[in-house]
Structure formats: C-alpha cells, structure tokens
Write a protein that binds this ligand. Sequence first.
Ligand code: TYM
Length: 373
Amino acid sequence: MTTTPEPPTAGPAAPDAVTSARAASGAVQPTTAPVPSAGTPVRDLPRSRVFSGIQPSGLPHVGNYLGALANYIAMQESHDAIYCIVDYHALTSTHDGELIRRNTHEMALGLLALGLDPERAILFRQSDRPEHTELTWLLSSVVPVTWIERTPSFKEKRRYQPEDINHALLTYPVLQAADIAIYHARYVPVGKDQAAHLELAREIVRAWNARYGDYFIEAEAVFSDAPVVRGTDGVNKMSKSLGNVIDIFAEPDVIRRQVMSMVTDTQRILRTDPGRPEVCNVCQLHRFFSPLEYEAIWDGERTARTGCVDTKRLLADRIIETFAGARERRRELAERPGYVEEVLRAGAARLEPMARETIAVCHERMGLGPVER
Ligand code: TYM
C-alpha cells in the first residue's frame, strides 16, 4: 500500500502531530494536547473510553508514531485510555516465543519512554487478559467467513507469508474487534492502514447486537493528520516486516543511515533536475518534522535549489532531535529492573472486572453458563 502524497497547502503545514512528537520527546512542551482526529480535533471529543493496540514488533518506528502513537499520548490526557500490546495477534506471524516476549518488553518500554503515563492510561499485555480470546470466539459466531476473507490485511498476509496462512490469521480481525468491544471503547486511535479493520469491527458488533440485543458500542477510528507513512523504499507502507523503517529509538548513526537510504523522487536523476516534492517521501516527512521550514524545503526541491542529500541530512537531524528526550528516557527506564513487567501486570489487573463483566453479559444473552462477577 502506498501513501497518498500530500499536496502543498497554502503556507507551511504545521500539523499538530508534530507538536506532540516534540512534546513526547521532551524537545518542546506544548500547552495543550492538540493532535487532531479525522475532522474532529481530539480535544473536542467528549471524554469517554479510548482503546488501541500495537503489535510487539520490537521498537516503534516513525510510521507507528505519526499514524497512531502521537494520538495515544495526546488522548491519555483527555480520555480514559487503554493501550494494549497485542501479543496474541503477533502469533499469526511470529512463532518464536522468546522473540515475542522480548519484543513485547521492548514495545512497552518504547511506549512508556514516548510519554505513555501509567498513572493516566492503562497499558497492558493482551495475553494477560485471556477474556479477549473468549470474546473472539463469541463474536466469531456472528461473522460470515466472507467478511474476513475480503479483509485487505488477510489478502496482504497471504501474499507476504504464503507458506503460513494459518487459521489465526483469518480470525485476526475478529480478535481486534473483541479487543475494542470488551472495554466498550468509543474511540480508537490508529493509522489509516487500519481503516478496514475498524470498519469490520463495527460491522461485527452491529451483527452481534442485532442478534442478541444492543450492548456493544460501534467504535470510531481516530486518525492523525499523517497519511499511511511510506517506508525508506518510498513505495510500501513503513513496516518492520518489510525492513523499510526509520526507528525512533535507534542510535543517531543508525537513524542517519536509515534516512540516507530513503528512495526519493525516482524521476530526479541529476542534482539540477527539478524535483516533485509531492511524491518525494523525504519532503513529505519534513511536513511533520520540520513544519516551519516545510514550504522552503518544498520550494527548494521543486526548483532544484536543494539536492536530495541536503534534505535527507536535515530530516535525519530533525528526527534525532525530536526523539532525543524519549531516547534518554528509554535508557533510564531500561535500567529499572521489573518496571515494565510491573506496569503491564498492574494494567491487566485493573481491567479484570470490566473484562469479566462483558463476558458475563455475553454468557447471559447467548445462553451459556453463568459467570461469577
Ligand atoms: P500495528 O502494530 O501494525 O501498528 C500499530 C499502530 O501504528 C500504525 N501504523 C502506521 N500508521 C501510519 N503509517 C504506517 N506506515 C504505519 N504502520 C503502523 C497502525 O495503524 C496502528 O495504529 N491490527 C493492529 C493492532 C491491533 C489493534 C487492535 C489496533 C490489534 N487490536 C485494536 C486498534 C484496536 C496492528 O497490527 O497495528
């Protein structure tokens, strides 16, 4: 999947996601938490429950951050936020137990370093609340197989891991629907690549409500200003499994290497050729990391006043600078033995009553055995 290029707007865009990128990293402290949703600014949404999940793929990357994590952090201020590291989902493509364990720890550490505050939001590991899998089964009984066979992510996975089209892969979006429904979340901050999963989650709870009576909320996706962020190959979605990421927490020289390897405008062969900033991924990322200089960067590329190497160097500097504070915090947190595990367990424990209540209601409505509350 590719990113829709962002056209130049009147004047340099100063997307709110950047404000929070800087805020989370400690570089700039904003006075508000202003990351927008699609249409409605986050701050204008009524205070209610937010849920989102992220796969334990190790360290978060720039795509995760611009697509979703900036909103995770912003929404913990204004909503009752629950964030989950979805290790059950990871089983659909990773079969190395030690790797899942390590990556779950890394991802939790990364989220905490970026500013996720366990005093304000709940952070937990999906497999610590096995009710998610039970609800998946209960919901799956209202889901026609054709709905999930047509999910873009299932088709994508079929292409990327043709040797391993396991049954869990098919059920993946039902588990995602259960994650959201079990806590009756109203808003789900996600990147735009998750739009189809969110739509399916709404259809699934609608089907359940139609059969067993209104109970679950049809949750709404909350998108940031960012498009689906393209990877360093300039074509595909930035994704760990495609090896085309810019890591947030890598050492500065690694970030520099990743940025310098970015594919830019393939039609710009000579330094003197005018570029097409609207298709150049480097320029598009400057929109978020250099909002004040964005217009000048755009113009420099279009008129060939600047070369790709210059704009890449600047982007690497900006990304390193934006996350410098978070990188430092990650180092500090990593030195506290047991801290991450403590946060994850405490988060799961706080959610137990809510998860059990949902399962109890489902049992009642669906004619299953009584659940102790
Ligand atoms: P995952 O782990 O692939 O990604 C985590 C979050 O990062 C966003 N994201 C991106 N946004 C823009 N550009 C990109 N290149 C990019 N790559 C990742 C994703 O949109 C996501 O918000 N299926 C989900 C995890 C999940 C979930 C849930 C999400 C499981 N249960 C319940 C919400 C609610 C996933 O694989 O995200």
